[in-house]
Design a protein around this ligand. Structure first.
Ligand code: ADP
Ligand code: MG
Length: 705
């Protein structure tokens, strides 16, 4: 398996005292568990899962689907269970909660595995993971033999990876049924359930099955049938049921108090300002005992901006107004800082939780009575003419309703929509599944590596456009991951080992020849976060001056590298970060990613210490070998035009090349605010671009779009 295994986080109880503490906490949480709406459906759920290969569960957010169903199955004697989440924060924080409820240390019976972090062991029976991680696991364990049950959570979100998993799991389920019938033929061919021994609580280790070797499928040790549970927070579950041969749908009653919804009277020019002001208004005008505030924003950058605004306001609150505590929660937030959101605030303090749509349905945060909805979210998009983009876009009506619902979990609540009622009426009913609007090259590479030869004929629940699939195949061909018959090359297989977009793994591959693997890994890690610096609006000049010490005339990739070298020299010193306006939180994440990438590369036999020192041209050329599709040339009028789609792109104001004119650039990604901005931009020799991919530029220029 291409997993990046790190066991250092696993806490194993060293003495009886720790074990007692875990058990005592679980005891205390028990009444809470038993008061959840789902508790009464416990045996019905278990029974349905025993009887059917696939079950769809629909229930309001907070009814207990994610935390309870896996435990019910475990308690009823099912074997190892994987539960997928679209987001890493959800996987880690839910695993932590469930470990507490089960009464075991995290990483023992209950654990999680996400990209670049593994907190599980061979004892783990409930493994929370991201959907992307499980997809990678299929590469090394094509029948997912280690799991008896896979729970696809948050299926309503229809992320790209969940959709691909749906298709692959369906296939695996069919194959496992076939194989298991081959080895345990049953008279009537009905579903065999080799572990249905009542609903009593059992905590035994799963029994070791007798190894059986299948001549066609290799070692099929103990492979039984695969149970699939698809869970969704929205009612339209028929499609899932149809897709899984009319699987039964179980509806779990929710608990919802009325929520009063307010709209703004006029459209807001700046939703960050409005969010900040609305939060302050609620905080000063209602007693803090009336509940915490949850603000939905588009992403980490928004969150950190509002967090800063709130911290400033918190310092100058009028006398008699309780303290306020901004608590951010977003995908890249380090584990150590996540629990703040769930912890009770100190006395006379109100929490203002600043969240992405992670808090829409995946996480239930206790104590919320006020919701502020910015009305936007960040959406990954893809246009073959411009490449991948990350856009801030209006949410759907169904998202808006979910956000509102978060205010009424424990008592009647209030929702403040930072848009007008007329704007709400204009919103789309549902959001478009990611698979219909995303770049597909990474998943196509994974499908190919998992042995799906005919990607076009794959059983997608929603079929991506032919054009998008073709584009992905073409790009993988240009990256030399596929040959001209569309078959995986040795390089393609090597690239599929990386939990990275193929462009990045190609860069790392190329770095071996140029002798700059160290720099390549450093920069790829640095590009894994949204922002490395922060620029407070009122300290623009100051931060600019402080950050200029890192700036490279060649652009952002080498600027980031300079930052990493300096950061390492001071060992990530907190004050140093403050002085240079470096986002320390994100740098920590970068260092984690780097560590894991180094381990993976070392395992694949790369010399990760190979460095090119000061001769950095080779580094940029390596990047071009993966990013030749993200290039733009300077035009006579001073603008840049993308090479693959002839779109005008602007260098992001935060870039070290902002305002500079160089003949050619390549960029990491495009973001659209009011225009197309290229982010992480570096200058290159135009000749290098053609050399980087002669294959692509012959083809993409013929107008197929
Ligand atoms: P669902 O998956 O149906 O949305 P969950 O299983 O996530 O529901 O949550 C069930 C309940 O467990 C929530 O209503 C909340 O009360 C509680 N809960 C979940 N996670 C936490 C946590 N980290 N801290 C405290 N309570 C939690
Ligand atoms: Mg859930």
């Amino acid at each position: 398996m291409a997993s990046i295994v790190q066991f250092s986080d696993v806490t194993v109880p060293k003495n009886g005292k720790a074990r007692q503490d875990h058990r005592a906490l679980a005891q205390r949480l028990r009444p809470q568990r038993e008061s959840l709406p789902i508790f009464t459906a416990r045996s019905a759920i278990v029974q349905q899962v025993r009887q059917h290969p696939t079950v769809i569960v629909v229930g309001e957010t907070g009814s207990g689907k994610t935390t309870q169903i896996p435990q019910y199955l475990l308690e009823s004697g099912f074997g190892t269970i994987a539960i997928t989440q679209p987001r890493r924060v959800a996987a880690t924080s839910i695993a932590k909660r469930v470990a507490e409820e089960v009464g075991t240390p995290l990483g023992g019976r209950v654990g999680y595995t996400i990209r670049f972090e593994d907190c599980s062991s061979d004892k783990t029976q409930l493994r929370f993971c991201t959907d992307g991680l499980l997809l990678r696991e299929i590469l090394s364990d094509p029948l997912l033999r280690r799991y008896e049950v896979v729970v696809l959570d948050e299926a309503h979100e229809r992320t790209l990876r969940t959709d691909i998993l749906l298709g692959m799991l369906k296939d695996i389920q069919r194959e496992r049924k076939r194989v298991s019938e081959l080895h345990h033929p049953s008279v009537d061919g009905a579903c065999r359930d080799h572990r249905s021994h009542g609903t009593h609580v059992t905590f035994d280790e799963p029994e070791e099955a007798v190894p059986v070797v299948d001549s066609v499928h290799g070692d099929v040790t103990g492979v039984g049938e695969l149970k699939i549970i698809v869970m969704s927070a929205t009612l339209d579950a028929e499609r899932f049921s149809e897709y899984f041969d009319s699987a039964p749908i179980l509806y779990v009653a929710g608990r919802q108090f009325p929520v009063t919804t307010y709209y703004t009277t006029t459209p807001q020019a700046d939703y960050l300002d409005s969010a900040h002001l609305t939060a302050l208004q609620i905080h000063t005008e209602t007693p803090s005992t009336s509940g915490d505030i949850l603000v939905f924003l588009s992403g980490q950058e928004d969150i950190e901006n509002v967090e800063r605004l709130l911290r400033d306001s918190a310092a100058s609150l009028p006398a008699g107004v309780p303290a306020l505590l901004p608590c951010p929660i977003f995908a890249a937030l380090p584990q150590s800082q996540q629990s703040l959101v769930f912890d009770k605030a100190p006395e006379f303090t109100r929490k203002i939780i600043l969240a992405t749509n992670i808090a829409e349905t995946s996480l239930t945060i206790p104590g919320i009575r006020h919701v502020i909805d910015s009305g936007v979210c960040k959406v990954r998009g893809f246009d073959p003419r411009v490449g991948e983009s990350l856009l801030v876009e209006p949410i759907s009506k169904s998202s808006a309703r979910q956000r509102t619902g978060r205010a009424g979990r424990e008592a009647a609540g209030f929702c403040y929509r930072l848009y007008t009622e007329a704007d709400f009426a204009q919103l789309a009913e549902d959001s478009v599944p990611e698979i219909k609007r995303c770049q597909l090259s990474m998943v196509v590479l994974q499908l190919k590596a998992a042995g799906v030869a005919d990607v076009m004929g794959f059983d997608f629940m929603d079929r991506p456009s032919k054009k998008a699939l073709k584009h992905a195949l073409l790009e993988l061909y240009a990256l030399d991951a596929l040959d001209d018959r569309g078959e995986l090359t040795a390089l393609g297989r090597w690239m599929s080992e990386f939990p990275l977009e193929p462009s990045y793994s190609k860069v790392i591959y190329a770095s071996q020849q140029s002798g700059c693997t160290r720099e390549a890994i450093d920069i790829v890690s640095l590009l894994s976060v949204d922002s490395l610096f922060y620029v407070p609006a009122d300290k623009r000049d100051e931060s600019n001056a402080a950050q200029s010490v890192f700036r490279s005339s060649e652009g952002d990739h080498l600027t980031y590298l300079n930052l990493m070298r300096a950061f390492n020299k001071v060992k990530g010193d907190r004050e140093w970060c403050q002085e240079h306006f470096v986002n320390r939180r994100n740098m920590k994440h970068v260092m984690d990613v780097r560590l894991q990438l180094n381990r993976l590369c070392a395992r694949l036999g790369l010399d990760t210490e190979r460095s090119c020192g000061t001769d950095l041209d080779g580094v940029l050329r390596c990047f071009l070998s993966g990013f030749f599709h993200n290039c733009a040339l300077l035009q006579p009028d001073g603008s840049y035009r993308s090479l693959s789609g002839s779109q005008t792109v602007f260098v992001h104001p935060g870039s070290s090349l902002f305002g500079k004119k160089v003949p050619a650039v390549f960029y990491d990604q495009l973001v659209f605010t009011n225009k197309l901005h290229a982010r992480a931009v570096s200058a290159v020799d135009p000749l290098w671009i053609a050399q980087a991919s002669p294959k692509l530029y012959g083809r993409l220029n013929t107008p197929t779009a």
